[in-house]
Design a protein around this ligand. Structure first.
Ligand code: ZN
Ligand code: ZN
Ligand code: ZN
Ligand code: ZN
Ligand code: ZN
Ligand code: ZN
Ligand code: ZN
Length: 1750
């Protein structure tokens, strides 16, 4: 940290001033003075304004340099008393490195938490520590940090195990608790203390300074000018757009500057937007204030004097400096803590206190800096951390209040430090006992919730937006409370007990404010006018859920606390309901010989509330009394005698009745808010402390009551008492039939009531209620979820309640109850229930919704049937009750329940006339089953119970009703045969059988084996199996039918055609007719060898040429004929860079670009794809017009986007909805005859050259004479039979001609991104180019997929290629002949010199396959003028040979030097080839003496040629195959066989022979090629030399572990806004570039639109198509153009076979190669755009996303 050397950039005026300055001398002077404080302030007052804030543009580098020299320098000298570098190094040596890692997290950095060992989820490790820790082998969770917070490595309190990583492992040798100051000299300590206290004081003074125009005492500048800043401050009210707009107006800046201002304001909290005299700044201020004050409070702006700003800048710098200097010395850190927490002599606030208390007044940047300093000092020193925590707790109330008033986010508030302090268990415990923290937090919270009703309960009814905002902020207090409670004490001191109970009491006060809040009253008559606010109350409940649970757990850990808490809670409840009978009339109910006193109360008429937290807390504590056995051990300490069971159950019961009535439809007029409340009441997020506890409370109450009394009260609250209490209740249908709706309603209520009874008796899976552990509880939850269907891990997690540590406890259990099935390339891994667990299935599981229940029932019955079992679902055997709840079983055999059951069974005797329901009966049977199961259990258990619980006896007795009513058993026996009860027969039979079994058991007295419930004979099983199998098959057939129908209707939806009904045929038929082409028909007999090109090629007979296809729109058949109706194939043309070897090509000018020669780097091409669906051209046109019209109508109506852009010619294939933007016409094979005599290559070239000469001459003449061309070109002697004046007859019908133009224009338009112009000379070039490019890309794809060249292409690609090539050979007819001639001449001139053509490219700059295709496809334009009998086939062959030679030369020129591999030299088999290739290579060397390296190995060269030329030959084979329709020899169906390929292409198997056979012709050509200056140039530069074979492109390599990516992204900074963290770092999977996506900073303009970084990148990297990985979201992004995009599942899976889009779950993610390969395949086959189209069609919300801004 030596003073830096002066910089030449230092402003000159001050040079001398600064140069003479000596830090050492200044420090020495300071050592002398008495009042150091004054001296230092003077120094600062003098220098700070000279360094900082000298103009509108700050120059941080310069400023920092000067500050180091003039300000920090002397401080460091003074502090060390010697050269600072030396002094600080000494300090560092004696430093005991902290065992805490303390690494402060950047935004987006990965953090790791161990689910096994972390004390709580806030304990995290940085990546380095994690990788060096034991936890990487444990179950861990990975998240991305939101910034702030630090690594807890080394904090022994944070980890149950392995608190240190390898790096932070303490040295066991030295005692770690040594005082760090012991090593420091007295003087050093004094000096440090002096410097630190002055500088810290200075920083605090300046940062908390509020005056705009003055400075604190001692800092007044020697001279002050009229220089001011207009400072804009951040707020959370105004949007980015508002700020940008305002700034442009107020300070006259560009949009770009305004964006940069706004970004800085958002980041740092303030930014000066103008510099100048006071007037000038005031003016800007008033404009900003005026512009932003309309609706909201205005933006905060201050006009500040430059010296004030300067000192504030240095104050921040000084804090950073302090942080810096204490980093390397624990001693200095200790002194800083000491200074910071030092209180004034009269108890004045310490500097730390001052900062905290002014927190909400500071701007964001200042807060961040001092928070950082706190973290690196106070929080890193174990001793001072505690002292700081105490100060923090003392200030807690005030800090929270300030935070409430402030509008900044919590991360920039000092209150967010609570997580660092409160989560340390010892600190938390200390703060509870010493500072009464629990009570403070709770009371602060309650104080801030002021809206109360008359009874003092919270009231959120009509709270304003402002209040809602505060309510959100106040919730952070609950978070603090959670931190404090998160680790439960293992030891209790008396102080802790006292303070906890005090806190508990405060908490009860809070709950009392909630008990009964938001009450509802049933709306009758008309619908409610306004939905009442309900969310706030539920938010509160949800936030408190874990706190309530934790309170109970704390209580459970100490008997005395539990007893006291129980008492307090009971008295709170009594207090809440002190007047619970007030005003409510007492009544007496009598039924079945029992009577009970209760009150008259109707849920349907009076107020009722869902919020009963006090009752529920008591229920929880009651269960704990039972679980911990405190209830049995200390009954005398408990107020059990004070309990009034009717009072306990009253409110929970009302709440449950409310739910039942809502289900019964009685509360419809109360609107959705009530429905939502009921939903959340049962929801997994709330139910633990709501629904579950209400049930426990009912169980607790009922266990203390006579079961008959309990049931009567239940009946009364359900408003059903009158139905069951009347003497003739068994004849309901006769009596009560007035109103059908009422009967219906009552039926539902009876069902609900029976369900409640089932739950009260049956639910025993809460520890304390039943004899279970939490393990059993989770196990049962999971089993019941999996009974619905197999589920993914994340689905299960969602269905289970999480504890405060976000754990469900599922992992402990899952393998015992489920089997895991891995996912395939799509979908996710699933857990399936183990078959043996199905016996635990309970149809009336209390957490099932009605929908879940019926799904589970269906699934379970199905499984049973499939296994050939009886499909009955009897109640499972429940665990035993705990003694405190044991009496609940008596409900089953009590008179009232039996009366109810009997009544329902009696009703069921008659077919339902609405007086009973199936589910009612099902529940009754279930209850009977439960009674029997219970009795069986008692019988097999102890003998005494067997006597007391005799359910079979009770149900055998006749009914109580007057007369001789039959017993329940008798009723069942009758019902067994009732025809209308078919569905229930299984169950009735099961009950009767079980009764019989029990009777036998009882008769035998001796303990017999438990009854066999499935007493099937072998025969029965077999019959059932047969039946099941038949049923299954019928079901399958039905499903198949339905699927087809669904597909059909899907198609019809998009089919705008009058002939819809023709579609009603099966899909198979359709598929068969879409393509009846003859590509792979058996080889015809025209020629014995199969050759696809040249005069000897295979020729199609008339029958082979005939091709009939069916139009998918009108269903008519049509033969493909040149003169017939045009048939077209839906097609999609797109630009592509998939094969690009050079993504850095500068953009070209689309209007001038000449695409004739494709460069071998294939930097971009035009790809054509098709779904293979064929239509009449007129049918398609009609369809497209309809789509257009529909789109227009739609746009007029509402501004929705579609997945396709009609204006750009896009549409969806009417059959398969594949995105298309044009159509390719289908053409027949051309008819050719084999003529015998054909010119050899030399002759042919001569003829062609002459013909070209004639064309040149004719053109010259035309040009010279203009229109006047009376006589044909006499003087140039055209060769025989070449008729220049001949106008060939166009063979195509009008519609085909039209379609030729359509497709040509589309290719031209898309490929060049220009406006359509069918006259443009480049139209045919683009068509040939697209043909060549598409074939090449398919050839690559086949290699990459390791598929044979022929026979493996799907039909659609086959059809596409065939029509594309045939179109290519015909497209010249749609262009001007002269233009096509011109193209041919220029193409040929690149290989055969033509003196008339200039600027031909050198052969290294030409892709030879494109060359071949263009030559072959343009030749017909020349050929048609020739009547000499020369065949086109011969020309094709000659062109192939010529281009092949050129390609061989190209390969040899670019071949890489051989490696030393002489052993391969032996060769032998290919001796001849090796020699010939050597010869040729040496010829080339002689032409290019300096350019080519020497190669002696023929083997190597031959290898180069053979591998280099293979892709070209394969592509050529595909091309001629589709062009000429020649069948493929069987050898080629296999993996590309060299000989077969050469044979098929009519090439010698040693292609070099082409050269030697025609030396005379080719030698001069060769010489010509080599002498092109471009060749030498290219060879020498060698940088961009393309070598052959070109390797296939692949997507970038991704790391196996996803966190490596997160880490990479977290260190990525936005390239535009100087070192800022990017909010959405996004990785291009094509080229590996990291981009700053979805952010203002990196928007650029593209073709007139503002686009985000990704969209901009796609245009340079992917020709408009992009594949990205959004790293923070773990999501793949597909983009196409500016408007299309979709998200795609990432190739990363967790151990459960699931992706984690959004990184919400945080399970470790690993690369799934197959899924990544699948994405790569989509890219390679150009299906990204199609994929987006399908995704957008499936999910309309995707269409609305602003993709271009990503
Ligand atoms: Zn760390
Ligand atoms: Zn560590
Ligand atoms: Zn661990
Ligand atoms: Zn048609
Ligand atoms: Zn289609
Ligand atoms: Zn890229
Ligand atoms: Zn950016």
């Amino acid at each position: 940290m030596a003073a830096a050397e002066t910089d030449s950039e230092v402003p000159c005026a001050r040079c001398s001033d600064f140069l003479n300055f000596s830090a050492k001398d200044t420090a020495a002077k300071w050592l002398e003075v008495d009042n150091l404080h004054k001296e230092v302030y003077q120094h600062l007052a003098c220098f700070v304004p000279k360094i900082y804030c000298l103009g509108p543009n700050l120059n941080p580098q310069n400023e920092d340099l000067l500050a180091q020299l003039l300000l920090q320098g002397p401080l460091e000298w003074y502090l060390c008393g010697e050269e600072p570098t030396v002094g600080l190094a000494k300090l560092e040596q004696s430093n005991q490195p902290s065992q805490l890692c303390g690494h402060v997290f950047k935004v987006g950095e990965p953090t790791y938490s161990c689910r096994d060992c972390a004390a709580d989820p806030t304990c995290v490790l940085c990546m380095q520590c994690f990788l060096g820790s034991v936890h990487k082998e444990h179950r861990y969770r990975m998240t991305t940090s939101g910034g702030g917070g630090f690594c807890d490595c080394g904090d022994t309190e944070a980890w149950k195990k392995g608190p240190y990583c390898q790096k932070h492992e303490p040295n066991i040798g030295d005692s770690s608790q040594k005082d760090p100051l012991a090593n420091l000299s007295e003087q050093m300590i004094d000096r440090t203390r002096n410097v630190f206290s002055i500088i810290l004081k200075y920083a605090v003074d300046m940062l908390t300074w509020e005056k705009e125009n003055e400075l604190p005492e001692g800092l007044e500048p020697p001279a002050r000018g009229d220089t001011y800043y207009c400072m804009l401050f951040n707020d959370e009210v105004h949007t980015y757009e508002q700020v940008i707009y305002t700034l442009q107006k107020a300070v006259n800046c560009t949009q770009k500057e305004a964006v940069s201002f706004a970004t800085t304001v958002d980041r740092d909290g303030r930014k000066s937007v103008r510099f100048g005299d006071f007037q000038f700044c005031e003016q800007a201020k008033s404009v900003i204030v005026r512009n932003t004050s309309r609706q909201t409070k205005p933006l905060r702006v201050q006009v500040m004097h430059s010296s004030v700003v300067a000192h504030q800048c240095f104050a921040l710098k000084a804090l950073n400096w302090l942080g810096q200097i204490i980093r390397s010395s624990d001693a200095l850190r200790r002194i800083l803590c000491l200074v910071g927490l030092h209180q004034g002599p009269n108890g004045e606030n310490s500097l730390v206190d001052t900062l905290m208390l002014c927190d909400s007044k500071m701007w964001k940047g200042a807060r961040n800096v001092y928070h950082q300093l706190f973290m690196s000092s106070l929080l890193m020193d174990p001793k001072y951390k505690k002292l700081f925590a105490i100060q923090f707790a003392k200030n807690y109330r005030r800090l929270q209040t300030d935070f409430m008033e402030d509008d900044h986010e919590r991360v920039v508030s000092v209150t967010s430090l609570s997580v660092q302090l409160f989560t340390a268990p010892t600190v938390a415990r200390m703060l509870i006992t010493e500072e009464n923290l629990m009570t403070t937090i709770i009371q602060t919270f309650v104080d801030h919730l002021r809206h109360r009703d008359l009874q003092g309960r919270f009231q959120f009814e009509r709270y304003t937006a402002q209040q809602a905002f505060k309510f959100r902020r106040v919730q952070s207090l609950i978070g603090d409370l959670k931190y404090v409670l998160i680790s439960r004490p293992t030891e209790w001191s008396n102080e802790l007990r006292d303070k906890f109970l005090e806190g508990f009491e405060a908490f009860l006060e809070l709950l009392k404010c909630m008990q009964g809040m938001d009450p509802v009253v049933r709306q009758v008559g008309q619908h409610i006018e306004m939905e009442p606010e309900w969310e706030a109350a539920f938010t509160l409940q949800m936030k408190l859920t874990h706190i309530i649970s934790m309170m109970q757990e704390w209580c459970a850990s100490d008997e005395r606390v539990l007893i006291e808490a129980y008492k307090k809670c009971l008295s709170a409840l009594t207090h809440c309901h002190s007047g619970f009978t007030d005003g409510e009339q007492p009544i007496t109910l009598t039924m079945c010989g029992h009577s009970v006193d209760t009150i008259r109360y109707c849920v349907s008429q009076e107020k009722v509330s869902i919020h009963l937290p006090v009752s529920r807390l008591l229920a929880g504590l009651h269960a704990l009394l039972s679980k911990t056995e405190v209830a049995y051990r200390f009954p005398e300490l408990l107020p059990l005698s004070e309990l009034s069971p009717p009072m306990l159950i009253e409110h929970p019961l009302r709440c449950l009745v409310l739910c039942a009535q809502v289900h019964a439809g009685m509360w419809r007029r109360n609107g959705f808010s009530l429905v939502n409340q009921i939903y959340y009441y049962h929801n997994v997020k709330c139910r633990v402390e709501m629904f579950d506890k209400d049930l426990v409370m009912l169980q607790a109450g009922a266990s203390m009551m006579d079961p008959n009394h309990f049931l009567m009260i239940v009946l009364s609250r359900f408003e059903l008492f009158h139905i069951f209490s009347s003497a003739d209740c068994r004849k309901r249908y006769g009596r009560e039939n007035i109103n059908k709706d009422v009967v219906q309603q009552n039926n539902t209520l009876i069902e609900e009531m029976l369900h409640l009874v089932i739950m009260v008796v049956g639910e025993r899976y809460i520890a304390g209620v039943g004899q279970v552990e939490s393990y059993d509880e989770i196990k049962r939850e999971i089993i019941h979820q999996l009974c619905i269907r197999p589920m993914a891990h994340s689905e299960l997690v969602k269905a289970l309640p999480e504890n405060e540590n976000k754990e469900t406890g599922m992992e402990r259990v899952i393998d015992h109850v489920a089997l895991f099935k891995k996912p395939g390339v799509t979908g996710r891994g699933l857990y399936k229930l183990r078959p043996e667990c199905a016996k635990m299935f309970n149809l009336y599981f209390n957490h099932y919704s009605r929908a879940d229940q019926s799904k589970a029932e269906e699934a379970q019955r199905k499984i049973k049937r499939q296994n050939g079992e009886d499909s009955v679902l009897p109640p499972p055997v429940p665990p035993h009750f705990c003694p405190l709840f044991g009496s609940l079983v008596n409900i089953l055999q009590c008179d009232v329940l039996l009366g109810i059951l009997g009544a329902v069974l009696q009703w069921a005797m008659e077919p339902s006339g609405g007086h009973w329901s199936e589910s009612m009966l099902q529940r009754v049977l279930h209850l009977l089953g439960m009674g029997l199961v219970e009795e069986q259990q008692h019988l097999t258990g102890s003998t005494e119970d067997g006597i007391s619980f005799n359910f079979t006896l009770k149900i055998s007795r006749p009914g109580e009703a007057p007369g001789n009513t039959p017993s329940i058993l008798a009723l069942l026996e009758t019902l067994q045969n009732a025809p209308h009860l078919e569905v229930h027969k299984d169950m009735i039979r099961w009950i009767l059988k079980t009764v019989a079994n029990i009777k036998t058991t009882r008769e035998c007295t001796a303990s017999a084996s438990p009854a066999d419930s499935s007493g099937h004979s072998q025969e029965e099983t077999v019959r059932d199996k047969d039946k099941a199998e038949r049923k299954r098959k019928a079901e399958m057939a039905r499903l198949r039918r339905e699927k087809i129908m669904a597909q059909m209707s899907e198609m019809q939806r998009h089919f705008i055609n009058e002939n819809k009904d023709l579609f009603q045929q099966s899909l198979e038929e359709l598929d068969a007719t879409t393509s009846t082409s003859l590509e792979h028909s058996s080889p015809s007999t025209c020629d014995s060898t199969l050759v696809c090109v040249g005069p000897r090629r295979w020729r199609a007979g008339a029958s082979d040429r005939r091709q009939v296809v069916t139009c998918i729109l009108c269903q008519e058949e049509q033969e493909i004929r040149a003169d017939g109706k045009a048939m077209v194939l839906a097609a999609f043309v797109q630009r592509s860079t998939v094969m690009s070897k050079n993504r850095k090509r500068p953009p070209y000018n689309p209007d001038k670009y000449d695409p004739l020669f494709m460069h071998p780097d294939l930097s971009f091409g035009t790809h054509t794809g098709s779904c293979g669906h064929i239509m009449h051209s007129h049918c398609w046109q009609r369809y497209f017009e309809a789509v257009q019209a529909k789109e227009q109508r739609r746009q007029q109506r509402l501004r929705v986007h579609t997945s396709y852009d009609v204006e750009n010619g896009e549409f969806l294939c009417p059959l398969c909805e594949c995105l298309s933007n044009t159509v390719i016409p289908l053409l027949p094979l051309t008819k050719t005859t084999c003529s015998t005599e054909q010119p050899d290559q030399r002759q042919w070239i001569n003829i062609i050259s002459q013909q070209i000469k004639a064309l040149h001459a004719a053109r010259k003449k035309t040009n010279a004479e203009g229109v006047d061309d009376a006589d044909s070109a006499e003087d140039c002697h055209p060769p025989d039979g070449f008729r220049l004046d001949h106008t060939p007859k166009n063979p195509y019908s009008g519609t085909i001609k039209e379609m030729l133009t359509t497709f040509g224009t589309a290719t031209y338009k898309v490929g060049l991104k220009v406006h359509p112009n069918e006259q443009d000379a480049r139209v045919p070039i683009m068509c040939w180019g697209s043909c060549a490019y598409t074939i090449q890309s398919i050839e690559r794809l086949l290699v990459d997929e390791e598929k044979p060249l022929f026979g493996s292409l799907p039909c659609r690609q086959n059809d596409c290629l065939s029509s594309l090539t045939r179109f290519g050979s015909a497209c010249w007819t749609a262009s001007s002949q002269a233009v096509v001639h011109g193209h041919f001449i220029r193409l040929l001139a690149a290989l055969v010199p033509d003196s008339q053509v200039e600027n031909t490219p050198c052969i290294l700059d030409i892709d030879m396959f494109h060359m071949l295709v263009s030559l072959v496809l343009s030749y017909p334009a020349l050929h048609c003028l020739d009547s000499s009998g020369m065949s086109e086939d011969a020309a094709q062959l000659h062109l192939l040979h010529l281009v092949t030679i050129a390609h061989i030369v190209q390969i040899l020129l670019t071949s890489i030097p051989e490696e030393v591999r002489m052993e391969q030299e032996s060769g032998g088999a290919e001796r001849e080839e090796e020699e010939s290739v050597c010869l040729l290579y040496n010829t080339l060397r002689s032409h290019l003496s300096s350019g080519l390296h020497e190669v002696t190995s023929g083997w190597h060269l031959w290898h180069c040629v053979k591998t280099g030329i293979l892709p070209y030959l394969r592509a050529a084979a595909l091309f001629f195959h589709y062009l000429n329709g020649a069948p493929v020899p069987p050898e080629l169906h296999g993996v590309g066989e060299w000989e077969a390929l050469c044979g098929y292409l009519c090439l010698p198997s040693n292609p070099l022979q082409l050269y030697y056979n025609n030396l005379e012709l080719l030698e001069p050509l060769l010489q010509g090629w080599c002498s092109h200056p471009g060749v030498l140039q290219a060879l020498q530069s060698s940088t961009a030399l393309i070598r052959f074979p070109r390797e296939s492109n692949h997507l970038i390599e991704l790391p196996e572990d996803y966190s490596a990516l997160i880490n990479q992204a977290s260190s990525f900074t936005c390239p535009k806004s100087g070192g800022d963290k990017s909010r959405a770092p996004t990785l291009c999977l094509v080229c590996g570039a990291m981009l700053c996506s979805q952010s203002y900073c990196c928007q650029t303009e593209l073709e007139g639109d503002d686009v985000g970084a990704c969209t901009a990148h796609t245009f340079s990297c992917g020709a408009g198509v992009g594949i990205f990985l959004r790293v923070r979201e773990s999501q793949v992004l597909f983009l196409a153009g500016k408007t299309k995009g979709c998200f795609y599942a990432p190739p990363y899976l967790d151990d459960y076979g699931e992706t984690d889009q959004g990184l919400r779950r945080g399970n470790p993610l690993h690369l799934c190669q197959e899924r990544y390969r699948k994405i790569q395949k989509l890219w390679r086959q150009h299906s990204i755009t199609e994929e987006i189209g399908h995704a957008q069609e499936a999910n309309q919300t995707l269409v609305g996303i602003d993709w271009q801004h990503l």
